[in-house]
Design a protein around this ligand. Structure first.
Ligand SMILES: Cc1ncc(COP(=O)(O)O)c(C=O)c1O
Length: 390
């Protein structure tokens, strides 16, 4: 069936994009091809590399099944699959910036992205500058003649500021820079970066696409103008992923729509309820009317996912730890997008601009697929513990 028509619903697209069962004797799922070597029929074919698959690092039918499915969701010219979400950040950055280039990065970026820029990219001679997530069209003032890339992440990690992506794209493109976006929070179901002018869309497929906290993978999708260079960088770095992980992510993609809808509903229900709890000063969730960027979120996004933060009413690390230690259903662990709920203490000490001013310590909650009433009861245990911690 054709799966790229714009009239096809998202869950139909998720169920049928990527592989064609008829290519493999009608089996519904694609084969998991474990491969380094690919044989050629003769020396001439070897010399000209005139066949679809040439070596395991450059692509396999399993990899294609996933990347074509992601292309159908992103509207991209091509997608690469890399071994982690962090590699989905580092591979395009290494591919598109060089010594002497200026790279603008949003200050509310995922911390390991900042760490990569501040250590490896600086060592390689790239000039790094952080900008306010709420800068919008004002980014034009920061763009220089050597600005090559504007790196966005919206909402921002942990504090969920929404960026004016179309305004940033307009200013960047006017100056000849490209725009990358870490779109892990929204997935292409709730925001399609390329439709808003972004050149390269980045996903930690570890989160919602994989969905079960057992796989690490990243995808990077490019528009027509950037695709050739991205694929070349991917092949140069040899940063390909294992076929079992690629297969697991394609498997996860088939159910991502229904899972995400459950995450969305539960997270929003809990976020609204939390706004009424006496121990909570603020809930940082862009789909809430109280969020300072709610209007921008409403303009550009068509849904919200399952992760947000809360600000406790007063207190410090003692109260934050008391909250976390009292939880019995929420696990204390990094990552998100899996079926199970998680909580982590938020650290904003790396920020240089978007430090914010908060009434108490922050806690990030990943709302899983458990029953909402059980999760509320668990949070209540945390709030009670925080209220009595001394
Ligand atoms: C926004 C964002 N981007 C990228 C990543 C990196 O993904 P991975 O854990 O697969 O390296 C994460 C992980 O938490 C993330 O939150």
């Amino acid at each position: 069936m054709a799966t790229d028509g714009s009239k096809i619903g998202i869950n139909t697209r998720l169920a049928h994009s990527g592989n064609n069962p008829r290519d493999y004797f009608g089996f519904v799922n694609p084969p998991v091809v474990h491969a380094s070597t690919v044989l050629y029929p003769d020396a001439a074919a070897m010399a000209s590399r005139s066949q679809k698959y040439t070596y395991g690092t450059r692509g396999t039918p399993t990899m294609d099944a996933l990347t074509l499915a992601v292309d159908a969701l992103e509207g991209s010219a091509g997608t690469i699959a890399v071994p982690s979400g962090l590699a989905a950040v580092t591979v395009p950055l290494l591919t598109f910036v060089s010594a002497g280039d200026h790279l603008l990065i949003v200050d509310s970026v995922y911390h390991p992205t900042r760490n990569f820029a501040d250590t490896m990219l600086r060592r390689l001679g790239v000039e790094i500058e952080y900008y306010d997530p709420r800068i919008g069209a004002g980014i034009a003032q920061l763009i220089k003649t050597n600005t090559k890339v504007v790196f966005t992440e919206s909402p921002g990690s942990n504090t969920y500021e929404i960026q004016d992506i179309p305004a940033i794209v307009k200013a960047a493109h006017a100056a000849g820079a490209i725009v990358m976006m870490d779109n892990t929070w929204a997935t292409p179901l709730f925001f399609k970066p390329l439709d808003h002018g972004v050149d390269i869309s980045i996903h930690a497929a570890t989160k919602y696409p994989a969905g079960h906290s057992d796989v690490l993978l990243g995808t990077v999708s490019a528009n027509e103008a950037c695709w050739k260079q991205l694929y070349k960088g991917f092949c140069t770095l040899g940063c390909c992923s294992g076929p079992d992980d690629v297969y697991q992510v394609l498997r996860g993609l088939r159910t991502m729509g229904v899972r995400l809808e459950h995450h969305r509903k539960s997270a929003l229900d809990i976020a609204r309820w939390l706004e009424e709890q006496p121990g909570v000063a603020q809930v940082l969730h862009p789909a809430l009317e109280s969020h300072p960027d709610h209007a921008l979120w409403k303009r550009d996004f068509c849904g919200s996912s399952g992760i947000f933060s809360i600000v406790l009413k007063g207190g410090g690390q003692k109260q934050q730890h008391a909250f976390l230690d009292a939880l019995t259903i929420f696990g204390l662990g990094y990552s998100w997008g899996g079926y199970e709920s998680l909580a982590v203490p938020v650290f904003l000490g790396d920020r240089t601009i978007a430090k914010g001013s908060y009434a108490g310590p922050l806690i990030r909650l990943q709302i899983g697929l458990e029953d909402v009433e059980d999760l509320k009861a668990d949070i209540q245990r945390g709030l009670a513990a925080a209220a009595t911690a001394e």
